[in-house]
Design a protein around this ligand. Structure first.
Ligand code: AMP
Ligand code: MG
Length: 412
């Protein structure tokens, strides 16, 4: 078992040897939010045919070369084509066909002029200036070419992709099976919401935080409840959970206290301990183990430490397990808007929000940076990475940060 390793080493150990989930074909709308398991190659051009993007008249550019306001060109209107229909006639010199937005470009025509730019008189239109070749024509394949890869495997199926696939006539989509994540809270002090709190007890919030985080990521939480700090009980619950889950997460009981029983419980089930303690603050006492090719991770019980280390270390693992192409966090640099008084003997992660102010990327701390102050996580969209051995931070200091998965927008 390795001890006191760096975040990167811990991450590398967790990311090694992952097998991807099975694939399945889902109806288009059910695939929303799932991970694409195969590249999608278009079987045809989108649009399927050349069409008019405006209401107007389809004609030949060459017919308009001599058009002036004093000597307009006169063209005979052969027919009228709404969207969804095909012209019966061909456009030949001296003629035109009226087309509505979305109608196929009639054979022979190479340009469309808008209604408001012609003068209609009976069966004729008059043009008073030359047109540019291919103006107001959307050609087949302008959006998607036949044979083009429109979506790569490993991306999340988005509403736009659903629409694009529907436009291609695709009714079902290959996606990965969801990854099942076992979640167990440990601690004698924990009670369930809905119960009246007894003296000295607290509500088990980690279970909900992690469940919510998993659901938001498109993972399938397997809720294993709350268990007391007893080695046998914890071991039983993990054993039970591993029957259903692909990966197992516990919170609490990973420090060095008398009641920190996770390590013993893992030994009890013959799991191989991979590492214990990662050189970061908060949440350093992280325990990782392997049992029957399944990873078990014990996180600190402190609500902030639990969520921060889950996001920082476990989410990349889960994303890779889900089959996501991009599973590591992006990193950015920003300027501290506020100061941070404490020195950082250990590498420290601060909860903060990335904001744009007058074109500068500003880093605003999101509240008290204590281990248990979960409120600071609410607005947090970045974790500022403060290197070990740093002094206090001043406003204006440049810092680097991990952009977390829960970033949804950058304040403008
Ligand atoms: P531990 O990691 O077991 O030493 O717990 C550290 C701190 O987190 C203690 O103050 C616990 O009461 C608290 N804690 C542990 N588990 C949970 C939980 N599931 N929900 C909320 N707080 C917890
Ligand atoms: Mg405890």
């Amino acid at each position: 078992m390795k001890q006191n390793i760096s975040l990167e080493e811990a991450q590398e150990m967790l990311l090694a040897n992952i097998t991807l989930p099975e694939e399945r074909q889902l109806p288009l709308i059910d695939a929303l939010g799932k991970i694409l398991s195969q590249d999608i190659v278009s079987q045809q051009n989108i649009p399927f045919f050349d069409r008019s993007p405006v209401d107007g008249y389809a004609l030949l550019t060459s017919d308009t070369v001599t058009a002036t306001s004093s000597q307009p060109v006169r063209l005979k209107v052969l027919e009228e084509i709404p969207a969804g229909y095909v012209a019966e006639n061909k456009v030949t010199p001296g003629t035109t066909i009226k087309v509505m937005t979305g109608a196929p470009l009639p054979v022979g025509a190479d340009v469309v002029v808008k209604y408001e730019e012609v003068d209609r008189q009976g069966d004729f239109v008059f043009l008073s200036k030359p047109l540019k070749f291919q103006e107001n024509v959307v050609y087949a394949g302008e959006d998607v070419k036949q044979g083009e890869v429109v979506a790569k495997k490993g991306i999340v199926v988005s509403p736009a992709l659903v629409g694009l696939l529907a436009g291609m006539g695709i009714a079902s989509v290959p996606v990965y099976h969801p990854v099942k994540v076992g979640i167990l809270s440990t601690g004698d002090e924990l009670m369930s919401i809905g119960e009246a709190l007894r003296p000295g007890k607290i509500y088990d919030s980690n279970r909900y935080t992690l469940q919510a985080r998993c659901l938001a990521l498109g993972l399938e939480p397997v809720m294993m409840g709350t268990v007391m700090d007893r080695k046998e009980q914890v071991a039983d619950r993990i054993r039970e959970g591993l029957k259903q889950a692909d990966v197992f997460i516990t919170t609490g009981g990973v420090s060095v206290g008398d009641y920190d029983v996770i390590q013993d419980a893992l030994k009890e089930i013959d799991a191989e301990i991979l590492f214990w303690k990662v050189d970061i603050k908060p949440g350093s006492p992280i325990l990782a183990a392997m049992k029957d090719q399944k990873i078990i991770i014990g996180l600190s019980g402190n609500p902030v430490a639990a969520l921060l280390t889950f996001d920082l270390l476990v989410v990349p693992l889960l994303k890779k397990m889900m089959g996501r192409e991009k599973y590591l966090y992006s990193k950015i640099q920003g300027t501290m808007r506020d100061g941070f008084k404490k020195s950082s003997e250990k590498r420290r992660f601060l909860r903060a929000r990335l904001m744009l102010e007058d074109g500068n990327t500003l880093v605003k701390l999101t509240g008290i940076q204590n281990n248990s102050a979960l409120k600071s996580m609410m607005e947090c969209n970045i974790f500022v990475d403060v290197p070990a051995g740093s002094g206090p931070l001043k406003p204006g200091d440049i810092v680097s940060a991990h952009v977390m998965g829960n970033i949804d927008y950058i304040d403008a």
